[in-house]
Structure formats: C-alpha cells, structure tokens
Design a protein. Sequence first.
Length: 465
Amino acid sequence: MPTECNPDLYEFARVEGRAVVASFDGGTITTDAGGLLLGATDRAIKLVDRFASCFRDARSPDRVEHEVKTLVGQRVFGIALGYEDLNDHDTLRHDPIMAVLAGKLQARRKDCAPVAGKSTLNRLELSRAEPTRYHKISHDEAAIERLFVDVFQDAHDKAPRQIILDLDATDDPLHGHQEGRFFQGYYDCYCYLPLYIFCGRHLLAAKLRPSNIDAAAGATEEVARIVEQIRRRWPRVRILLRADSGFCREDLMAWCEANRVDYLFGLAGNTRLDAEISAELATARAESERTGKPARRFRDFTWSTRDSWSRSRRVVGKAEWTQGEANPGSSSPHFARVKPRPAIFMRKSIARGARWRTGSRNASSTYSPTEPRPTPYSPTNSGSGSPPWRMFCSRRCAGSGCATPSSRTQPAARSASSCSRSARSSPSACAGSRSQWPRAPLTSTSSGSPMPYSSTPPADETDTA
C-alpha cells in the first residue's frame, strides 16, 4: 500500500556536535515492491493476457479508461499481494506498483487514477455470460475452465508418461449469511464445499459448491472434461485418479473403467470389511507383540456392495497393529494396463494415499497449506458422522467383473507432475508408479523399514494408452 509522507523534519539529540534529523520527504512509496517479480513472471507466461481473452467487452471504446486486461491484472495481482477485498483498491489504484504492473503510469482522463477502483472492479466480477445494460463485460466460462488445463500442459516441454489427478472436497468457512450457506456436520461450521482437482502443484479445476451435497457431486463431469482436454494434446499419457472415500462412487468408477483411466479410491470402513481382514489383523497383532514394532498384513479380495455398486471390484485391505491397537485400512485400485509383479508395493501405495488425503484437505483459504487441520469428527462420505474411511477399491481387468488380471504392461514412469502435494514431502510416496499391485496376500513388514520394490522398469514396458 502507498504511504503518505510528512515533509517535516524531526530533530533528535545531537551526537558529537552533529545534528540528527529524520526526514520523510521521499514522496509516495510502496510496501509491495515484490509485486514486480509477479509482473516479470506474468510477462513470461502471459497469464493475465490469456485470462483477459476469456472476457468480452461490449463498452464503447472511446469511453473506456480501464481496459479488461488492466482490470483482470489488477484483481489477480491484488489477490496475490494479499488484498482480497475490493475496498482495498480505492487506495491501491494510486499505488505506483499497481500502475507499473498494469503498464499504465497515468490515466488518460484527469479525474481518474492509473488503475481502477472498487466500483469498476465490482462490475467486472459481476459480469454475466451475456452482456447487459449495466454489466457490459461478459465472460466465457468454458474458456476460463480450459485455461487452467492449458497452462498446466504448457508447463511441460513434452508429454509426460503418466500424470496423477488428485480430487478433493474441502471447506471454505463462512462468517455471514451468504447465499448457499449451509451447516456441514463434519467441519462443524457453516461453509461452502468447493471441489478441487490438482495435478501436483497445478490447479486444474475449482468449483464453488454449497455444503449440503455429496463430496463427489459433479466430479465425474469435471474429470471427463479435463481428461478429454488432456488427451487431445497428450493422447498416450496414462492418467491415474486418486481420492478418498468421498469419491468412491459408482458413476465415477464406472466412467474411469470405461475410459481407460486408472484410479485409487478410499473405501469407508464397516464391520463387513473389517471381518475380511480379521485373520491378517490377528497375525499382525501377534507379530507386533513379539517384536515390539508395528506390523502389517495385506489381503487382496473381491468386494461388492448390496446396491450402490453395479459389479464386484477389487479391494486391497491393510491389517496393521501399531502402538498397541488396530489400524485397519484398505484401498480400491483399478489399473487397467498393469502387469502382475511381486506383491510388495501395497504398503507404499496405502501410505501415499493416506498422506495425500491429510494434506489435500488443507486447500481452504482459511488454513495454512502445510499445517494439518484439526479433525472435529471422523472423516465421512457426506459429513454425517459415519466411521473413518479405511478401504480402497478397484478392479483388475477392464470391461469385466473378474478379479483375475489380464496381460498388461508396466505403468509408465513417474513424471515431474505426477506426485501429489503431500508426496513431495515424502520420497517414498512418489515411487508408486514403478511398482505393481499384488495378486496374492502380502507378508508383513515393520513400519520402521521400507518395503523393497523394483526400481528398474521391465524391458518390455510400453505405453498402450
């Protein structure tokens, strides 16, 4: 923000006969000089120009003082510098940094500032799909959605072999009576429940939704749109979806199975699932009590629900005994092109999924992206108080209900963008793309030492996407 300088001099005690004075005659200065780095970045990737091209300006050109590019850039840079409220721009419009970022040091009219104030920016944010009498700037929603994916793909010199798309729904707390305000039981507050889709650090989709809906509402449509756009440019890339139990839904899993998209989804635990791994849990408990260390066992089995799933799917259960108590978990992987290999990768996959789930829930604008969020209630599918998610679900072969894998190739090597946000903090969490899911029950290991896996892809590895 600019500061107003007082030209008066302030005198202090003399030192060795010399006068000590303080002067504030530097003129208008700014505290946001770091914004110049943002401007240099924007000039390299042309983000503001591309974003502004998604809007249409129906105003009279001879009466326009602030172009759409100026308005869009001012709002983007303002948010990046920490000025979220439009009211801040009544002062920011006189800030020299904002003028430099806009490339417009002086207004064409004497009664205007170089950049816009809150009222003009408010009309931009209230723009409609079609221009109206009072809102003559309109936006193309589809073009804005495509821009996120285009920027992600432009960040790669060549197509990666594999990418991982992380789906998550998190809370955006409300502190007033905003439209669409509902109380969410899991987060214990009034909030929105936006849907986010990330690939590594790249945001591919962000949908604002009310919180009285299922966590996976609209996820299938968003995933279909993103996958279609990615494959138009990268037709052979392998795509893996990763999410917690809130997204383990029939429509999303069936779409993935029909469109050659792999997935790893959490599955909410229940007594039937716990019973499936009871023998493995007893064995893990005995080993933990004998060695004094955590122990794990894994079981691969076929699972179906009473009415929510259209077919049986593969589920991998984890039976863990640690710190004197049970910690069961399971996953539902669907890798349509995976060739069977030794069953030693399960521990890494489960750990990666669990770490991602913890980290990705911090996407709310009111929480730090690195600090774990307090959990007032157990995680649920729809915030209604059901037990924590424990299982993951998948299938082995595309187009059939069997649990026997067909001949498939090794998954493609991990690319720079194929790790989730939490995986970047754990090297072992990113190793999953070089290993395989098990065909038979796994043996237990201590949590203190990593399970071995093959780091060299087989010689016959091919991309069949």
